[in-house]
Design a protein around this ligand. Structure first.
Ligand code: ADP
Ligand code: MG
Length: 477
């Protein structure tokens, strides 16, 4: 049996159910070790990946394995450390993994299938074309995209009125699909009787080609004549199919003449759509043409903040600033980094730090160059002396050294001090007496008490556990 092909088949079927971040972070080094006597055994590179995948995907993987190989009666998961940094003939091809989890820059080749989630509309109507997570409210316009946001709001309030057609263009991952979907959904909310259709240009071509093939072009025309608002995403994929263009041209004109709203997106302005007929280009340019621009730093930060609120997580402002500063060309990628950061921090029970985020960015871009903040992730800080530990702890809790060593009894300071004593004991194995001395001549029983206090909190308090884990990581452990 070809285990690589088997694993790729399993992944393909699992595909739509795994988030892209999970694929990149947790699935890439997995293999099928064997299928023997009805037992399929999967190999995991680390305990962490196993612990992550087991509760989320084990049942699903088992079910899919059974669908493919009905003789499978049991799924076993094993840790195989060598998988972490070694090639293995059973591993899925990197190119295959990428096709499951396209990066923003690769979307053009991979061609995304639009999400088909059902939305419950007013009056019990359902639509499979809109993803409810995209709304005009949760699009942050910022300084750069205020005009386009306002135009979408205006169209949603009065479709077919002044901005017709509305044509948005801009780079990948900047929110075009978000705006198109949100505008369509908003029209449906405002006018529940309206017939709003969202589709990618590929879908449109597919329908036309099919209609022509089956000689059903009339029913095709009929259907589109009933549309009140036609939204076509990624028109640059329209290509040079003359027959499809002609059909689209007619549809466009009919809808336009009837005062119906048309919204179009593309990665470039109308005049640069080389493969498109002149007459279509000039039709597109008749209405409102706006560029979706890269949001500035402040806006990117606001988008991250709003995302954190949505996901109900708290992340240090500094860490968010670092992400916003360094991921500046695609909001999709920026969100990806954020989601990955959150997943890793929940998994390892650590607080996200600039260092861990830098690691995540590095994973996506091997040679990422960081700006604004000095981070050298390759250089491991190793805590060798009491002073090292005190410095790192003080820095982590944003306290001064004298706060830590002094007498202050604020709760945050006390916790930081106890954690610091605990780490010195753990990492450097200093005696309680000598630790007491480093802390302004405190009695060894105080240090002993601190040590046990932290031990207890490590069991009971996830915040302390996160802090200690993060600190150990900072110290190169
Ligand atoms: P495009 O279609 O231009 O490639 P998308 O609409 O798919 O980009 O956007 C990628 C991701 O970024 C989506 O999750 C979207 O919600 C988010 N996004 C982009 N711009 C904004 C913004 N200004 N405010 C909030 N979210 C945004
Ligand atoms: Mg898009």
């Amino acid at each position: 049996m070809d285990y690589k092909v088997l694993w790729e088949n399993i992944l393909t079927r699992l595909g739509s159910q795994i988030s892209h971040q999970h694929i990149l972070s947790f699935f890439k080094d997995l293999i099928v070790i064997s299928v023997e006597n009805g037992v399929i055994t999967l190999g995991f590179p680390t305990v962490m990946t196993l612990n992550f995948i087991r509760p989320r995907y084990e049942a699903k993987i088992f079910q899919i394995a059974q669908e493919i190989l009905p003789e499978v009666k049991e799924l076993r998961l094993e840790i195989k450390g060598f998988l972490a940094d070694q090639d293995h003939p059973h591993k899925a091809d990197p190119a295959f993994m990428k096709s499951l989890a396209p990066l923003s820059t690769e979307v053009k080749q991979v061609r995304k299938v639009p999400q088909k989630q059902e939305v419950l509309l007013q009056g019990g109507m359902r639509s499979k074309m809109f993803n409810p997570k995209y709304t005009l409210n949760n699009f942050i316009p910022g300084n750069t995209n205020r005009l386009i946001h306002a135009a979408c709001m205006a169209v949603a309030a009065k479709p077919g009125d002044i901005y017709n057609p509305l044509y948005l263009y801009g780079g990948v991952g900047l929110g075009k699909t978000h705006l198109l979907q949100a505008t369509g959904l908003e029209i449906l909310k405002n006018y529940s009787g309206k017939n709003v259709v969202y589709m990618t240009s590929e879908r449109f071509i597919h329908e036309i080609v099919e209609a022509i093939g089956k000689k059903h072009t009339n029913s095709f025309k009929e259907r589109y004549r009933k549309v009140d608002c036609l939204i076509v995403d990624d028109i640059q994929f329209f290509g040079n199919k003359a027959s499809s263009q002609q059909e689209f041209f007619h549809t466009f004109n009919e809808l336009y003449d009837a005062g119906k709203q048309i919204i179009i997106s593309s990665d470039r302005p109308p005049k640069e759509l080389d493969e498109l007929e002149e007459r279509l280009k000039s039709r597109f340019a008749m209405g409102m043409v706006v560029e979706v621009a890269v949001p500035d730093f402040e806006t990117r930060l606001a988008i991250l903040n709003s995302k954190c609120q949505e996901l109900q997580v708290l992340i240090d402002r500094e860490v968010l600033e670092f992400i916003a500063y360094n991921v500046d060309h695609s909001i999709r990628e920026m969100e990806g980094i954020l989601v990955n950061t959150i997943a890793v921090s929940q998994l390892t029970e650590t607080t996200p730090t600039i260092r861990s985020v830098a690691d995540a960015i590095r994973k996506l871009h091997k040679d990422a160059d960081f700006q604004g903040v000095q981070v050298d992730v390759s250089k491991r800080i190793v805590a060798r002396t009491v002073d090292d530990v005190i410095d790192i702890v003080a820095n982590y809790y944003k306290l001064t050294k004298s706060d830590l060593l002094g007498e202050e009894r604020r709760r945050e300071v006390m916790i930081a001090r106890q954690v610091c004593m605990y780490l010195i004991r753990e990492i450097l194995s200093y005696s309680y007496e000598s630790i007491g001395e480093s802390f302004g001549g405190r009695n060894h029983t105080t240090v002993l008490h601190a040590y046990h206090k932290v031990l207890q909190q490590l069991r009971e308090d996830s915040r302390v556990r996160r802090d200690v884990n993060a600190l150990k990581k900072e110290m190169g452990l």
